[in-house]
Design a protein around this ligand. Structure first.
Ligand code: ADP
Ligand code: MG
Length: 315
């Protein structure tokens, strides 16, 4: 049986040109409900442009975007209600307090004071700003400012939260906090669309990914899908003592050996089936006088997939 549900968000042949510069050459993309959906691409590939079109801040040169089958580029009201957008540059006001910012953004969405108060309480608790309601935006730490941005984008309880490079200017610890927050928001039922140029981050947090390159979406799938599509083998590095690697390698099932390399102190086995090969290796060592010194499995990273697909362009 096929999936009878209509696509949640669907981009259909979205093109965007700035003067003679064609940035998006026909984007076709489906974003299902409930995902943490990552859009990756090198700097200048058009990620922000695409998000700004989705949110109605920029108009597309041609094409459509459907939300639950509704052609939303013609429905600014639906867009505003459905999406919350934390832009790359940040959107809160430094001269307003945390609470005043939420009030401001709530009012823009036509919410009553009472609704804003009600919503703000839970929202501030969620983003961890309950104790900073009367602090001016400009006096918050960088991490807290990012949280305020996210809160402002969510004041009207949008179905979809769109985050353009939310961790761009944060140090690693703060990044981790923000990623955990994004995950928490998603687990409460909000679909997430996120861009980032830090692929390990995208790989860690996203349930689905699309790669934007040369104006088109060239791949979509889960991080595991993408890696599986481009890398059939994984590597096991094993170091044993005394280290008779010829003897060990003779005991491995040929079926699961793609390649063996014996280096000075260790052996490297490329295999399409890590589980089976690990079992073989451990059995081989167990039935001998060898002792394991070190064993590691290295899986391909999204970064490698991206580099392979975009021919060496770094993000
Ligand atoms: P990314 O977010 O992936 O870094 P952007 O969407 O910001 O990429 O930009 C994509 C391309 O479009 C860049 O070459 C950029 O210079 C160009 N661009 C973006 N916005 C404008 C604009 N308002 N006017 C002219 N060119 C623009
Ligand atoms: Mg950008």
């Amino acid at each position: 049986m096929g999936d009878a549900r209509p696509p949640f968000i669907q981009f259909q042949d979205i093109k965007k040109r700035f003067g003679k510069h064609e940035v998006l050459l026909g984007i076709n993309l489906e974003i299902p409900y409930g995902e943490r959906f990552g859009i990756i691409g090198v700097s200048g590939s058009g990620k922000s442009t695409l998000l700004n079109i989705l949110i109605g801040f920029l108009s597309a040169s041609s094409g459509s975007i459907y939300f639950n089958l509704r052609d939303i580029l013609k429905e600014k009201k639906t867009i505003r209600k459905t999406f919350g957008f934390a832009s790359q540059d940040g959107s809160f006001y430094g001269e307003l307090t945390v609470m005043e910012n939420l009030k401001y953004f709530g009012t823009l969405h036509g919410m009553s004071n009472e609704d804003i108060q009600k919503r703000a309480k839970g929202l501030l608790a969620l983003v961890g700003l309950s104790n900073a309601t009367s602090t001016l935006g400009k006096n918050l730490s960088r991490g807290m400012q990012k949280r305020l941005d996210i809160a402002c984008a969510m004041i009207h309880d949008p179905k979809v939260l769109i985050l353009d490079e939310p961790t761009e200017d944060l140090d690693p610890m703060l990044r981790k906090d923000i990623l955990l927050l994004i995950k928490k928001i998603n687990e409460r039922g909000t679909t997430i669309i996120i861009t980032s140029h830090i692929l390990t981050e995208i790989e860690a947090i996203c349930t689905k990914i699309a790669i934007l390159h040369s104006g088109k979406i060239i791949e979509t799938g889960t991080p595991a899908d993408l890696k599986g599509r481009y890398y059939k083998n994984e590597e096991i590095h094993i170091e044993t003592s005394p280290g008779d690697y010829d003897k060990i390698s003779k005991k491995l099932s040929k079926k699961y050996v793609e390649e063996i390399e014996v280096l000075e102190h260790k052996m490297l086995v490329r295999t399409p089936n890590v589980d089976k090969m690990m079992y073989d290796l451990l059995s081989a060592v167990k039935g001998s006088d060898e002792k394991i010194v070190d064993i590691t499995v290295s899986k391909p990273t999204l970064e490698e997939v991206f580099t392979a697909l975009t021919k060496g362009k770094t993000i």
